[in-house]
Design a protein. Structure first.
Length: 324
């Protein structure tokens, strides 16, 4: 755990340095668009209670955005006749919430045209949506600018796959300046939301490539999954990632992983590494507040990945289209 007082101070100082380096700051829009964050927060608080299952996709959208060219809103850009954008990549085909982001952008544009970036909106909406369903709160320094490039191949190559083993996960996160500790906490986002059968059915029906089931998967859990996902080629059905509490931000995900009931191969991979497994065992015996605090720290760190600031990039008028 990194919850000691001195550890927190070190993190805080590093965080401040990172923010200064990236030209991100809390309250970046206080003068240019003082009502921006309240407009965003009010919209989220109004609509997420009516659609609580949208919190997970909005959080996932932020994650997928940051892992490709940094947190620059490139995941929002539509494909064109000349370019397959990130939306077209396999990991993003099941993303939801683009209309939600567009609605927020319209309100902010009405208040302050051309001021607030789509990248910042994605980051703020993810935080606020998680908060509405009772999840942790984290600081979101703003000042990100929107990227000009969105490429499906880059998304496929950079977003961690649900089939990754521990080594692949560690490398993927390290490439973005995130460590194993961040991997543990950010994986906890799987405590909410759903997973499509196509992302894990090979664990049920063809783990070796010649048929067979993943031996690391609890057999009772596997049997229940097979009742929902009846074939290897089921591209429609989905199941809860944290059965019984998939709308609640809690420790259920980690408890399931320790019981060999992690839905994805990447979930199961967390306990193939001894120090990581030990950290998770300590976590499930700690107060839930520990998870919330640690998750918040890693989310703040993730939100600074390769951000564009200053004169880099642009402030998109329409989140789905690069300015002409």
């Amino acid at each position: 755990m990194r919850m000691s007082f001195m550890g927190f101070i070190v993190w805080l100082l590093l965080g401040l340095f990172c923010c200064v380096k990236a030209d991100l700051q809390l309250g970046f829009y206080d003068k240019s668009c003082p009502k921006a964050e309240k407009i965003i927060s009010d919209f989220v608080k109004k609509h997420i209670p009516n659609a609580p299952t949208l919190a997970s996709p909005l959080l996932r959208m932020h994650f997928h955005d940051c892992f490709v060219r940094g947190c620059d809103g490139s995941v929002l850009i539509n494909s064109t006749s000349n370019n397959q954008a990130e939306k077209a990549a396999t990991p993003n085909l099941t993303l939801r919430g683009f209309g939600f982001i567009d609605s927020v952008k319209s309100l902010v544009e009405k208040e302050c045209p051309g001021v607030v970036s789509c990248a910042d909106i994605v980051a703020l909406v993810a935080r606020d949506a998680v908060g509405v369903i009772g999840g942790p709160y984290w600081r979101v320094p703003t000042g990100r600018r929107d990227g000009l490039i969105s490429n499906s191949t880059e998304a496929l190559n950079n977003i961690p796959a649900p089939t990754f083993n521990f080594s692949a996960l560690q490398t993927s996160f390290a490439n973005k300046g995130l460590n194993v500790t961040d991997l543990i906490w950010l994986s906890g986002a799987h405590t909410i939301g759903i997973g499509h059968c196509s992302s894990f059915s090979s664990r049920l029906y063809n783990f070796t490539g010649k048929g067979g089931q993943d031996p690391s998967l609890d057999r009772f859990y596997a049997a229940n999954l097979k009742k929902a996902c009846k074939s290897l080629n089921d591209n429609v059905t989905f199941v809860e990632m944290d059965p019984g509490s998939f709308r609640t931000f809690d420790l259920g995900y980690y408890k399931n992983v320790l019981k060999r009931r992690g839905l994805f191969q990447s979930d199961a991979a967390l306990i193939t590494n001894a120090p990581t497994k030990s950290s998770i065992m300590n976590l499930v015996n700690s107060p839930p507040e520990v998870f919330f605090q640690e998750f918040a720290l890693s989310m703040e760190k993730m939100g600074r990945i390769e951000v564009k600031a200053g004169t880099t990039g642009e402030i998109r008028k329409n989140c789905a289209v690069v300015n002409s």
